[in-house]
Design a protein around this ligand. Sequence first.
Ligand code: NAI
Ligand code: MG
Length: 354
Amino acid sequence: MPGFRLATIAGDGIGPEVVGAGLELLDALAGRGGPSFQVTELPWSSRYYLRHGRMMDADGLERLQEHDAILLGALGDPSVPDHIAVRGIVIRIRQAFDLYVNLRPVELLPGVTSPLRRATPANVRMLMVRENSEGEYLGIGGRAHQGTEREAAFETAYFTRAGIERVARYAFERARGEGMRLTSITKSNALVHSMGLWDESVRRVAAEYPDVGWESMLVDAAALHLVRDPGRFGVVLASNLFGDILTDLGAAIAGGLGLAASGNIDPQRRRPAMFEPVHGSAPDIAGQGIANPFATFWSIALMLEHLGEGASAKAVLAAMRQVLRETSIRTPDLGGRSTTRDVTRAVCEALPSA
Ligand code: NAI
Ligand code: MG
C-alpha cells in the first residue's frame, strides 16, 4: 500500500481532540489494508504564538510543501486576536499555495435530523465549490478621514477571467463525475461588472461541458431555494463571499457544524491540499472530550479521495453512515451523550476491510 506524507496542524481548543480522533481513524484504516500515512505533527497554535511571536515557523511553508496533504484542526483562542490566529495559518496557507477551490460536501446523512422539515438523505446531496483565491476577500481597500464625520472606507472585489474559469472548470468536472446538475451563483443584476465577468466566464466554460445541465441563479434566490427545495441543487459554484454564506446555510441544512467538512484544493496538484473541519476551536467545550469528530472524519474522506484513494474514502463514509443509522452513539451537539472517544471507536470498528 502506498505511503503518504501528512502534515497535521491540530491548533487550538478542540482542534487537537478532533485531529487526534482523525489520526486514530487513519491508523484503523491502515490496519484494514488502507493506505499508510507518515505523519508530521506541527505544533503551530495560539500557544505557539504566545511563545514565539508568530503563528508558524519561519520556514513553515517550505516544510508543509514536503507533504502530500495537510490536515488542520482549528485555530482561535481568547488569548490571541482572531485575525492573527486564523490569518496567520489558514488564510496564509490557502493564499501561498494558491488553493483556489474550497470544497464542501452538503449531504444529510441518515440518522441526522435537519432543521428543514422536508430535507431527507434523498434530496440533500450537494457539493459546494467556493472560489478561494480572489473575489471579495483579497483585502484590497482603505480608510480615509479616520476619526472625522467624513470617515470613509472602501473594499474592492477583484475578479479575473482566468480565476473564474479555473474554478468553474473544476466544478463542471465534478458535476460530470458525480452526474449532478450545476448551479452558478451570481448577482449580475446589481454587481454588473464583477458578476458580469463571472457569468460570461462560467458560460464559456459551460460550453465545454454540453453534457452537464446547469443554471445561473441569483444569490438571494439561492438562499430561498436552498431552504425551500434543496433537492434542486447538485454542484453549487460560488464566489468567495457568496460561497462563504451559502456553505454555512448548507452546513445548517445538513445537521450543523459538527458534521461540516471542507477541503482547500489546487486541482493541478502543484501544492499540498489542506483539509479541515469547517468549525472553529469551540472554546466553550474544549477539553471536555465531547467534540464531534465527524466533520474531521469527513474531511479525511475528502483527503483520501483527493489522494486517489477513493475506496478508502468510501469506507470512511460508509462507517460514518453505519454508526449514525444503526446506533445512538452521538456527541451532545447531535443530541447524544457519547464522547469523542466513543464515536471514534464506533466508526473505526464499523470500517469495512479493504
Ligand atoms: P466554533 O465553530 O468554534 O463554535 C460554534 C459553536 O459550535 C460552539 O457552541 C461550539 O461548541 C459548537 N461546535 C463547533 N464545532 C463542534 C464540534 N466539532 N463538536 C461539537 N460542537 C461543536 O465557532 P466560534 O465559537 O465562533 O469560534 C471559536 C474560535 O474559533 C474563534 O477564535 C474563531 O475565530 C475560531 N474559528 C476558527 C476557524 C478555523 O480555524 N478555520 C473557523 C471558525 C472559527
Ligand atoms: Mg464562514
